[in-house]
Design a protein around this ligand. Structure first.
Ligand SMILES: NC(=O)c1ccc[n+]([C@@H]2O[C@H](COP(=O)([O-])OP(=O)(O)OC[C@H]3O[C@@H](n4cnc5c(N)ncnc54)[C@H](OP(=O)(O)O)[C@@H]3O)[C@@H](O)[C@H]2O)c1
Length: 280
């Protein structure tokens, strides 16, 4: 079923993530443009995507995407889900699979309105380069053997990792928000190098980017752990050890507070969505 997927595929919401996923899957050869049906609230974004991939179909409505496809990605923001679900629900059947990419929209919310098989998929911008994790939570309507086939499909654009829905937020913080958090930290390192020592900004940025690339290779290709990298560089009494010790004091509790912040916003979003679903 999932490997060499030949059935029609739909994307509703062609924003940052919807567009990224179309690019990633098409470049991986998982889907061909002729299989893909798209719809976006603002038509221009769909037109630009279809121009990029001749053969792709712009459907006249969200309902039309649901009618024509077997696998359907919902890539709208959490508070837009209710509108989309109302439009597509009359057309979705139990044989279809619907993939939702919004972390605060619970599978239970979707199952109440759609008879289809359901997957929650939290992408990461890193999937654009076919790297990083694809966080997957399967609804009980998808049996175990079928889950393996879906994981294989997602493996074209990242490493599929099955998580329980209870871990959606924390796993997303690491996998999906993580590249933004890490980029922010690296950007601050480059700023400080410019301000403290007058290094040209472009050189500072180039150095942190090469450092990130090299560190990722040590971890992924050489099999070093995060701890081993620190141990190998920080010789006792040396400069790195001094820096690490200072950093460790300064960062105490920072990431706990970061995750408390994201979790508080998530709880707020889940509550708003629950209210929207209760009002339907
Ligand atoms: N950004 C990330 O790194 C990331 C990572 C993981 C998950 N997510 C999740 O991905 C989802 C989309 O995020 P995003 O960053 O891609 O947002 P985005 O750029 O705002 O894209 C959302 C798209 O949905 C379209 N849309 C809204 N309502 C619609 C409707 N009723 N029918 C059809 N299209 C509709 C919007 O159209 P308009 O052009 O009219 O606004 C927009 O193009 C969110 O649920 C987010 O939580 C994002």
């Amino acid at each position: 079923m999932a490997t060499g997927f030949d059935n029609p595929v739909g994307f509703i919401g062609i924003g940052t993530m919807g567009g990224m996923l179309i690019d990633a899957f098409l470049r991986a050869g998982t889907f061909r443009p002729e299989q893909v049906f798209i719809h976006n609230r603002t038509p221009q974004k769909a037109h630009m995507m279809a121009q990029k991939y001749p053969g792709m179909t712009i459907a006249s409505s969200n309902a039309a995407v649901a009618q024509k496809t077997q696998l359907l990605f919902l890539c709208v923001k959490p508070l837009d889900f209710q509108t989309v679900l109302k439009e597509i629900a009359p057309h979705v059947t139990p044989s279809q699979t619907v993939v939702a990419i919004a972390s605060p929209v619970l599978l239970q919310h979707l199952a109440e309105q759609l008879p289809s098989k359901l997957i929650k998929f939290i992408p990461s911008l890193t999937n654009l380069s076919h790297a990083g994790a694809c966080l997957l939570t399967f609804h009980e309507r998808i049996p175990g053997d079928e889950r393996e086939q879906w994981k294989q499909l997602f493996s074209a654009i990242g490493t599929p990792v099955e998580i329980s829905e209870a871990h959606t937020r924390i796993a997303s913080d690491l996998s999906s928000c993580g590249p933004a958090f890490l980029s922010h930290i690296l950007s601050q390192m480059a700023d400080a190098a410019v301000e403290e020592a007058g290094l040209p900004r472009c050189l500072a940025e180039a150095l942190v980017v090469h450092m990130l690339d090299g560190t990722a290779r040590l971890l992924m290709q050489e099999g070093l752990s995060l701890q081993e990298i620190q141990q190998r560089i920080a010789v006792p009494g040396g400069i790195t050890q001094q820096g690490l010790s200072w950093l460790s004091d300064q960062l105490a509790g920072v990431f706990h507070r970061l995750f408390q912040t994201t979790h508080a916003k998530y709880a707020e979003d889940v509550e708003k969505i629950q209210a929207a679903f209760d009002d339907r």
